[in-house]
Write a protein that binds this ligand. Structure first.
Ligand code: ARG
Length: 469
């Protein structure tokens, strides 16, 4: 099965010339090539090359005329790629060699001078940092959009009540707006994690060369500034060999996807037939091929499902990196696909979630019905026994438990029990207890900081707007 047919571009002539007698085996060419995916780095690669070229001219390493030719050639290549007129060659391995080879076709020998004082090792590290930086900025904006949608809906539904769950058992009534604002906090922290990652990422590897630096009098401050980095990375070996910036991005994204997945799960649950708390808009519902009555929440299910890919990507790259000695090993070419896939997945899921949240139809009656006979104001009764009768909370808990048991036996909710029935269990109880047994009063009384009272929720939404938007 040995196929020794090097392609027309001769197995990356530029790299192999001089050292090798024959071209690479076709299988080597296939396993070695990254052009199929790293072509996405073309913009960053060209920006990095332009910065490097300008620096080589400024420091007198490259003469001005060659520098101008190179810059013009790079600009033309960028236009060709954007117009879809560029032919990417597997034989040329990766985006860096594809661009360099085309540059040679366009301007001849001067193209060979661009790689002075540079290696693909610092080149790819630079490109990738620039790409991840853009992905972070795009994800941050998309998270913000989702927060804006959640805040709008939270304000609209500050007074809409539903059971808050623990163990998926109706626990205490809460405002639907309060529930949505919980996710605004989570997505705010996700944005913070991306910001942290961006701050640490924003140093320039360019000029580290292969691993040891270079004997040419380069100006790393200049290329760092041109590319919008805060400073050059301090150690050349670190610069070409770590991918912690990619891992941090994957970790922050995995966290955000986990939050998205939980919200997606809630939407699936809320829109389920027995619950019917919400109804997804037609635009976000799918039909069944056999059951005409179905309105399936496919987008929510896919957001939940795609979280799996993001978690997998993080673990894949951690495993790739964990055994690698300094500095560069080709294993590291495996860094790109998980990052590209995760960035795409995160943006798609954020867009889908924002759409679902904006369109969601809320069924307040169904939410309300789920609280009746759920005894969700039992804690309010216990609190009343503490506050008014001076019982210890543990004592109050026991008394309330007995009252709930009685209500359950009679098939009624707490509010419907008579005063006499309650006094049978605790003689101190007075008519005033009915003030706290209603669901509206229960929710309205939760005015502690961060609590669910609708008045709180309206204020919290306003504050969230100021903090996040
Ligand atoms: N395509 C390579 C990558 O993505 C570029 C760096 C190649 N460096 C090398 N020493 N072979 O990692």
């Amino acid at each position: 099965m040995k196929t020794k047919t090097p392609s027309a571009k001769s197995g990356n002539q530029t790299i192999r010339s001089g050292r090798f007698d024959t071209g690479p085996d076709a299988v080597l060419e296939t396993i070695n090539a990254s052009i199929g995916f790293d072509k996405r780095l073309y913009g960053q690669d060209i920006a990095g090359s332009k910065a490097h070229c300008a620096m080589l001219v400024a420091t007198g390493i490259l003469d001005r005329k060659d520098g101008e030719e190179i810059l013009k050639g790079l600009e033309r290549i960028e236009m060709e790629i954007e117009a879809g007129e560029f032919t990417f060659e597997t034989a040329l391995e990766d985006i860096h060699m594809n661009i360099e080879a085309r540059l040679r076709e366009l301007i001849g020998n001067a193209a060979g001078r661009l790689h002075t004082a540079r290696s693909r090792n610092d080149q790819v590290a630079t490109d990738f940092r620039l790409w991840v930086r853009e992905a972070i900025d795009a994800s941050g904006l998309a998270l913000r959009e989702l927060q804006a949608a959640l805040i709008d809906r939270a304000e609209e539904h500050a007074d809409t009540l539903l059971p808050g769950f623990t163990h998926l058992q109706a626990a205490q009534p809460v405002s639907f707006g309060h529930h949505l604002l919980a996710y605004v906090e989570m997505f705010g922290r996700d944005r913070g994690r991306l910001d942290d990652c961006r701050a640490r990422l924003n140093e320039s590897p360019l000029g580290a060369a292969a691993l040891a630096g270079t004997s040419f009098p380069i100006d790393r401050e200049m290329t760092a500034a041109t590319l919008g980095f805060d400073r050059p990375m301090a150690n050349s070996m670190d610069a070409v060999s770590d991918r912690d910036f990619a891992l941090e991005f994957l970790a922050a994204s995995a966290m955000a996807m986990t939050h998205l997945s939980r919200l997606a799960e809630e939407i699936v649950f809320w829109s389920s037939t027995p619950l019917g708390f919400v109804r997804l808009s037609d635009a976000f519902s799918t039909g069944s091929s056999i059951m005409p009555q179905k309105r399936n929440p496919d987008a929510a299910e896919l957001v939940r499902g795609k979280a799996g890919r993001a978690l997998g990507a993080l673990s894949a790259l951690l495993v790739v990196m964990k055994g690698l000695p300094l500095t560069y090993s080709k294993d590291m070419q495996e860094d790109k696909e998980p990052v590209f896939d995760t960035a795409d997945t995160l943006l798609l899921c954020l867009a889908a979630m924002t759409g679902m949240v904006r369109d969601l139809e809320v069924n307040a009656e169904r939410m309300r019905a789920a609280m009746d006979s759920g005894y969700t104001t039992a804690t309010d009764l216990a609190d009343w026994l503490v506050r008014v009768l001076g019982r210890s909370f543990r004592e109050a808990h026991r008394i309330t438990g007995e009252i709930v048991k009685l209500a359950e036996k009679q098939g009624m909710d707490l509010e419907s029990l008579s005063l006499k029935e309650m006094q049978g269990i605790e003689p101190g109880i007075t008519q005033a207890v009915f003030d706290v047994l209603g669901i509206e009063r229960s929710v309205a009384s939760r005015v502690s900081l961060g609590g669910t009272a609708p008045a709180n929720v309206r204020e919290a939404a306003e504050k969230a707007r100021a903090r996040f938007l």
